[in-house]
Design a binder for this molecule. Sequence first.
Ligand SMILES: [Ca+2]
Ligand SMILES: [Ca+2]
Length: 148
Amino acid sequence: MCFLNLFKTNNVNSTAPPTIVGTITGAEVETILRLKHPEFPFIGISDAVFDLCSKESLKAFLNLDETNKITYVPEKMDCDDFAARLYGQVNAPLWSACPIGLMWTNLHALCFTILDETKDFYYIEPQNDKIAPELDNWQGLQARFMIT
Ligand SMILES: [Ca+2]
Ligand SMILES: [Ca+2]
């Protein structure tokens, strides 16, 4: 057995792969984000084309990923850290072509995505794996920046 594997935790190769159902251009992603958040946040689009994955496969990924199981510690391991961790987990082989992003609102940091052939926008809450089309009140309202 390779020692390197002994010390790997949450190995990306053990996660559920995405079910790719189509593609979406970076320009389309930007249009969807600006429609969702027209308050002119900074929007960073990293790629010209992304793969669209299914909502069901993202749920399977989140079920295996352990970001939400990390203990919350004010300032030291709080919303920005959970969001950055999940953003890092998906920006790895298998999932890196899917438009899953990182965003800050006026109150909170979380992730978002565009899913399925229907190109539906969803927020992903890194602390509880919830995938929802709207923000909860405690998650804030206005986006300050969004990057994918
Ligand atoms: Ca999880
Ligand atoms: Ca922090």
